[in-house]
Design a protein around this ligand. Structure first.
Ligand code: CMC
Length: 427
């Protein structure tokens, strides 16, 4: 059986044979299908990239029908139970699990880069007192390019590695500063004795005590959530990272764009939207009426549905487990009952079953964050911190891929045909 596709162009009667590789045909192979010498050739039309692979990637594997997620081949369930976020970040970037010596060196290097330049603190103070931390986060990440101008040298592998370390190390500090600014509290400098998430909790919640002691259960829960959010192949923000990075801009500028893409309510902003929705529903009794509204097309059930998963998001299962662990410490988030009832009703309802709509990662994560003391505005920032490891690894892979060029889709022009300019007095 040949791995080819035979296509007959009924406009010309000509037949073409196109190679099939890894279940794909190359869109550029269609260009030879032409009606004549003046014809540009056939193009694919795929708004929102529903059926287009934009790259070859060895980082993350998803089987949306079976609910499988793997980083570099390792199942998310095993990583969530046995690994930690810094090890996962190493795995995403280097492609293999570190030896003990490699891990120690990596963790040490990240720890030594957590302190932002003092001027970053100063300009963050310039944001309005109630500035949304996601807006603060993405603009500050972009501003890092002004502190590290050598980051422009994206052809230098060692410099790329240094920027990756800076980014992974500094995003928790920037996020914590954004949080403290919102709260009107002084910034807390990093504590090198603590773990990645332990230090983050310290920078967020330390008050007058000399040494902040993170609660080990909450520290671990946050670490698990960071693992679950670390990468998710070619989603909207990762495609933004690759697309912007393909212009050869520095990684800080590209990552600011990726974070902006994450901010939207259909992507990483969904966790905030879920909590707003749950608060609006208000009580379990109001759930059936809310579901009826959604089915009538009046709004969406936020935290449900996914472009790729057509079964239960494996991350959502683990987030649900983590919620129990957190609630044992913090007490149960009262909105949990509404979420459970929404899930119960939706999973029995034909509207959701026929469309294969299941809870996604954002459905339960906000409940945990709220129980841990985070305001809703911080939820998407908590997604952006670990996703930084994924974005930067995808960016590195894109730059190393000899097939990649500047990202530049085509369009089907639907505007006016050529016409002559008319002077304003004659219109
Ligand atoms: N509630 C109600 N109906 C929905 C929902 C939902 N959450 N999601 C999809 N549908 C319906 C949609 O209206 C459409 O119905 P019909 O065929 O009658 O027109 C059908 O299901 C297919 O949906 P779609 O909009 O074509 O699906 P998509 O792949 O373009 O969108 C999505 C995927 C995640 C944007 C969408 O499911 C959604 O808006 N969900 C709510 C927002 C959300 O939770 N986003 C987080 C995604 S996971 C984490 C992340 O990416 O950051």
């Amino acid at each position: 059986m040949a791995d080819t596709l035979t296509v007959t162009d009924n406009r010309t009667g000509k037949t073409y044979e196109l190679p099939i590789t890894d279940g794909t045909v190359r869109a550029t192979d269609l260009r030879k299908i032409r009606t004549g010498a003046d014809d540009f050739g056939l193009t694919t039309y795929d708004p929102a990239f529903l059926n287009t692979a934009s790259c070859r990637s060895a980082i993350t594997y998803i089987d949306g029908d079976q609910g499988i997620l793997e980083y570099r081949g390792y199942p998310i369930e095993q990583l969530g139970e046995q690994s930690n976020f810094l090890e996962v970040a190493y795995l995403l970037w280097f492609g293999h699990l570190p030896s003990q010596a490699e891990y120690d060196a990596w963790a040490r290097t990240i720890t030594l880069h957590t302190m932002p330049h003092e001027n970053i603190k100063k300009f963050m103070e310039g944001f309005r007192y109630d500035a949304h931390p996601m807006g603060v986060f993405l603009s500050t990440v972009g501003a890092l390019s002004t502190f590290y101008p050598e980051a422009k040298q994206i052809g230098d592998a060692e410099l790329r590695r240094i920027q990756a370390i800076r980014l992974i190390a500094k995003v928790p500090s920037i996020a914590a500063y954004a949080f403290r600014h919102l709260k009107g509290q002084p910034f807390v400098y990093p504590d090198n004795d603590l773990s990645y998430t332990g230090n983050f909790l310290s920078m967020l919640f330390k008050m007058t005590e000399l040494k902040y002691q993170p609660h080990p259960v909450l520290e671990r829960a946050l670490d698990v959530l960071f693992i679950l959010h670390a990468d998710h192949e070619q989603n909207c923000s990762t495609s933004a990272m690759r697309g912007i990075g393909s212009s050869q801009v520095d990684p800080f500028s590209a990552l600011a764009g990726a974070a902006a893409a994450l901010y939207g309510p259909l992507h990483g902003g969904a966790n905030e939207a879920v909590l707003k929705m749950l608060a609006e529903i208000g009580s379990v009794q109001h759930v059936p009426a809310f579901i009826k509204k959604v089915k009538a097309g009046d709004g969406k059930l936020m935290g449900f549905g996914h472009r790729v998963y057509k079964s239960y998001d494996p991350r959502a299962k683990m987030v649900k487990k983590t919620a129990d662990m957190v609630f044992d410490v913090t007490g149960r988030n009262p909105l949990t009952d509404i979420a459970l009832e929404l899930e119960r009703i939706a999973l029995e309802d034909d509207y959701f079953i026929s469309r294969k709509l299941y809870p996604n990662v954002d459905f339960y994560s906000g409940l945990i964050y709220q129980a841990m003391g985070f305001p809703m505005e911080m939820f998407t920032v908590l997604f952006a911190i670990p996703r930084t490891a994924g974005w930067i690894s995808q960016w590195e892979e894109m730059l190393r891929d000899p097939e990649q060029k500047i990202s530049r889709p085509r369009q089907v022009y639907t505007g006016a045909p050529r016409r002559d300019y008319v002077a304003i007095a004659n219109r």
